[in-house]
Design a protein around this ligand. Structure first.
Ligand SMILES: [Zn+2]
Length: 61
């Protein structure tokens, strides 16, 4: 099953699950995992982690 991607209309913004604030920006920091590089993504407002990925683009899960 394919989930459709729908562009959010103006005025609809993502909300951080931790601080319930609009996500104004996402910070990225590179972690050194030894063999590979991982990136941790976190809310620019509360600095709590939103996700970790092994690629340069943001990816949840
Ligand atoms: Zn937050």
């Amino acid at each position: 099953m394919r989930i459709p991607t729908i562009d959010a209309p103006d005025g609809v913004h993502p909300i951080c699950p931790h601080c319930d604030q609009r996500i104004a920006g996402i910070h990225r920091r590179q972690l050194d995992e030894g063999l590979g590089k991982a990136y941790v993504w976190f809310c620019a407002h509360c600095h709590r982690t939103l996700g970790i990925s092994h690629r340069k683009g943001f990816w949840m899960g």
